[in-house]
Design a protein around this ligand. Structure first.
Ligand code: 2IT
Length: 445
């Protein structure tokens, strides 16, 4: 495999898609050796087929705001790969959304979904629509306009969207409601739905809970546990909430959260009341964490800064891609960080990852650590298909098993001769082999 040539070709075809190229490069470097042991992959041009989405929909979304003014946004759905099952992946609403970001997310989703062991292909969608400061009615009208354009390409066995940044239970509800009205069917073609209309218990918590189950296994690899460990979390959305809840429940001490305005350092650690307040902050729609410091004395707000400069045992990026860079990685290492687990998708830059690997700091990638979210989405699809709803215990138990399996797979393919576990390499190889096998088995299509 000539990685440079593959990347150069991809870059020539899709210039400027830097996040997408970053995600592809990481996987290619990880799987090179395994790929070269399988000449049949090369013959079937597996890599070339894997790095190009099956198809991309791009569409205009026009809606009317509360002032009666007409607004235009761009909508996308990238159906990346359905070798293993129906296209599956979230929808992101954020001003920064572009094709490069959705392609990187769809590419990663394909391998992540493979790791869950459930039958799901990879997809991602979204819009440059910013929910910040929008009214509930505006959000609803936007969601409806988005689905009016996309609905024909969705379906329970075709493509099943869910939430991501800027898309939570409310937005999924509005989109699914419109989908159902147009498709005239009630087949659960969205996950993350409300509990009263086909949603799964534990889905809101799943990404964060699953991440902490994975973290527990990483700590076991280090012959320790989470009790009393200090934890830096970034973000204050659904994922950060789930992670903070489970980390606290397990006896860890979460000392930071963050938003686009800066971060909060709370040396006393988060508790149930503070975690609830985080949700309130999120629901306000202002996208800021600063008010936390006024509400809880003893905590401090650092404007325009990231939490990675605090001395902690565990760092959990839970906000967005490339939120932890090389300088942040060096600072964490200097401060003696024990391990880093990405809960956001591609939360660390390539340079940050290299820094962790060179230093021997255990680091695990988002596609393994955060796979619990989409795994419970897969369980929601199962429940919808059998027209049943499972108990929280049943879902949580299955989530636990799935996260253990993912961790085991990472160790199986990522353990080096010197004992260091390269979870990134392990996740990439395990995901790749499953997708490649599924593609090989279905002919040249
Ligand atoms: O990045 C992700 O895995 C998600 N946003 C969740 C996807 C899903 O279909 O539940």
């Amino acid at each position: 495999m000539n990685i440079n040539e593959l990347l150069a070709n991809l870059e020539a075809k899709h210039p400027g898609e830097k996040e997408f190229l970053q995600a592809v490069k990481e996987v290619l470097i990880s799987v090179k050796d395994v790929y070269e042991q399988h000449p049949e992959f090369e013959k079937a041009r597996i890599i070339e087929r894997m790095v190009e989405p099956d198809r991309i929909f791009t569409f205009r979304v026009t809606w009317v705001d509360d002032k009666g003014e007409v607004q235009n946004n761009i909508g996308y759905r990238v159906q990346f790969n359905n070798a293993i099952g129906p296209y599956k992946g979230g929808i992101r609403f954020h001003a920064s959304v572009n094709l490069s970001i959705l392609k990187f997310l769809g590419f990663e989703q394909t391998f992540k979904n493979a790791l869950t062991t459930l039958p799901m292909g990879g997809a991602k969608g979204g819009s440059d629509f910013s929910p910040r400061g929008k009214s509930d009615a505006e959000i609803m009208r936007f969601c409806q306009a988005f689905i009016l354009e996309l609905w024909r390409n969705l379906g329970p066995d075709r493509d099943v969207p869910a939430g991501d940044i800027g898309v939570g239970g409310r937005e999924v509800g509005y989109m699914y409601g419109m989908y159902k009205k147009l498709a005239r069917e009630n087949t659960g073609t969205f996950t993350g739905k409300g509990l009263s209309f086909g949603g799964s218990r534990i889905r809101p918590e799943a990404t964060g809970f699953g991440a902490l189950y994975f973290v527990e296994d990483m700590l076991k690899d280090l012959h320790t546990d989470i009790k009393g460990k200090t934890i830096a979390i970034s973000g204050f959305g659904n994922v950060a909430w789930g992670a903070a809840t489970k980390a606290t429940e397990l006896g860890g001490k979460v000392v930071t959260i963050s938003g686009p305005d800066g971060y909060i350092y709370d040396p006393a650690g988060l508790d149930a009341e503070k975690i609830d307040y985080m949700l309130e902050l999120r629901a306000s729609g202002n996208d800021i964490v600063a008010p936390y410091a006024d509400k809880f004395p003893g905590s401090t707000f650092f404007a325009g800064k990231k939490p990675w400069c605090q001395k902690v045992d565990i760092a959990l990026p839970c906000a967005t891609q490339n939120e932890l860079n090389e300088a942040d990685a060096k600072m964490l290492i200097e401060n003696g960080v024990l391990m880093v687990a990405e809960v956001s998708n591609m939360g660390c830059t390539a340079e940050a990852i290299d820094t962790f690997l060179e230093n021997g700091t255990p680091y695990a990638p988002g596609k393994a650590v955060n796979a619990g979210g989409v795994a419970v989405s897969g369980l929601e699809m199962s429940q919808d298909a059998e027209h049943l709803q499972w108990s929280a215990e049943e879902v949580d138990e299955k989530l636990h098993v799935i996260m253990h399996d993912i961790h085991e797979n990472c160790v199986r393919y990522g353990k080096q001769d010197n004992g260091y576990i390269n979870y990134m390499k392990g996740a990439n190889i395990a995901g790749f082999l499953k997708v490649a096998d599924a593609m090989m088995g279905q002919g040249i299509i």
